[in-house]
Design a protein around this ligand. Structure first.
Ligand SMILES: [Zn+2]
Length: 365
């Protein structure tokens, strides 16, 4: 076992100082274009460490100061391939790993590594005028949260499957919903009451373990499902109501709200900064209920010890926020599955003769 000491530095006043000692690496949920919840396996992970020696210390140092940086910018990029090459080069130069999607609509980046190097990456990225005002989010974690560096050009930053329908100008997505801060959302609800409807812009499995009070939760299994769902007419009764969309960090709602407005939803808002920022502001003292699904091995995180358990095990019905691969044996899908059932499933022998092992992410609470 390797013990990693993760030291949280205060960067841009957005992070809280502190020291976490853990068996493994503290990481962060990311929300990437093609990061649809699907069966996941967790790679063997070695802590990323700075090997330079401490002053006066004869040993190779294993104290790391890793950080992850996340941001997206919707802006027209005339030459996405040139941006890709540049971003790849900067990341390689600074030893960062992570995932970057570049499209004609902008960039979505989640990279991690040593904090000094990550800062250099941010500085370099901001030197490009279109990215100068990027809303940079910092989070504890390291490049080890990613198996490698992946920098790709895609038709869309977020894969709704309608690249030709999304228009972007220097101010962002054209025709998107009005951004509301967490406080603004509370003000809207105070003003309009039950007329306001929350619309979960994530996939169903994410919403099953946590969502806003009374939110509409679709059957989406990937972001590509949203356009057919909106076109089905199933949600037409919301078209005259104030709709507040939300997702993990906000990037999906940038596009989703424009697609909704184009389909006749008249009053569409989006939660600025997503659930992550809402949780920072209100924790479990507001309108959010349950756990936040995240795209790393933790599977879910809670904003406080008071987080209610809103999920139910698909196998036995017990209240749980645990998510695992089920059914397994190559037919892997993510499902809400309680720790007890995860253990039982792990002990079963699947139809292929292979043991059905649940994914990591098992949590006891
Ligand atoms: Zn169960």
């Amino acid at each position: 076992m390797v013990v990693v000491v993760v030291i949280s530095d205060s960067v841009d006043n957005t992070s809280v100082g502190g020291i976490t000692i853990c068996d493994g690496v503290v990481s962060v949920g990311t929300e990437h274009a093609d990061n649809t919840p699907a069966a996941r396996t967790v790679p063997a992970r070695m802590p990323q460490t700075r090997r330079d020696r401490c002053p006066g210390c004869p040993y190779s140092c294993t104290v790391s100061t890793p950080k992850i940086v996340l941001f997206y910018v919707f802006t027209p990029l005339a030459d996405p391939e040139a941006i890709r090459l540049w971003q790849q080069s900067v990341c390689e130069q600074h030893g960062l790993r992570g995932r970057i999607i570049v499209s004609p609509h902008g960039i979505n980046s989640t990279v991690g590594g040593d904090i000094t190097q990550v800062k250099k990456y941010v500085k370099a990225t901001r030197s490009y005028p279109a990215f100068k005002n990027a809303d940079i989010k910092w989070s504890d974690g390291s490049g080890d949260d990613f198996p490698r560096l992946s920098v790709r050009v895609r038709p869309e930053i977020v894969t709704f499957g309608v690249p030709g329908e999304v228009a972007v100008d220097s101010r962002g997505v054209v025709g998107g919903g009005v951004h509301l801060s967490p406080q603004d959302v509370h003000a809207l609800v105070a003003d309009r009451g039950d007329e306001v409807v929350f619309f979960d812009g994530r996939n169903r499995i994410e919403a099953e373990v946590g969502h806003f009070d009374g939110a509409v939760i679709t059957d989406a299994t990937s972001t590509r499902d949203f356009v057919p769902l909106l076109d089905s007419g199933r949600y037409d009764d919301l078209k005259d109501r104030p709709v507040v969309t939300y997702c993990t960090g906000g990037v999906r709602c940038e596009v989703l709200t424009s697609l909704m407005r184009a389909r006749g939803f008249r009053e569409v808002y989006q939660l600025d900064g997503g659930i992550v920022r809402y949780g920072e502001e209100f924790g479990d003292r507001g309108l959010w209920q349950g756990s936040l699904y995240v795209f790393d091995e933790r599977m879910t995180v809670d904003f406080s010890d008071d987080a209610p358990v809103v999920g139910a095990c698909v196998r036995c019905g017990t209240a749980t926020n645990a998510v695992a691969n089920f059914p397994d044996a190559l037919g892997r899908e993510l499902a809400v599955l309680c720790p007890s059932c995860q253990s039982e499933v792990a002990g079963d022998v699947g139809p292929t003769g292979e043991a059905e092992k649940p994914a990591v992410g098992e949590r006891h609470r």
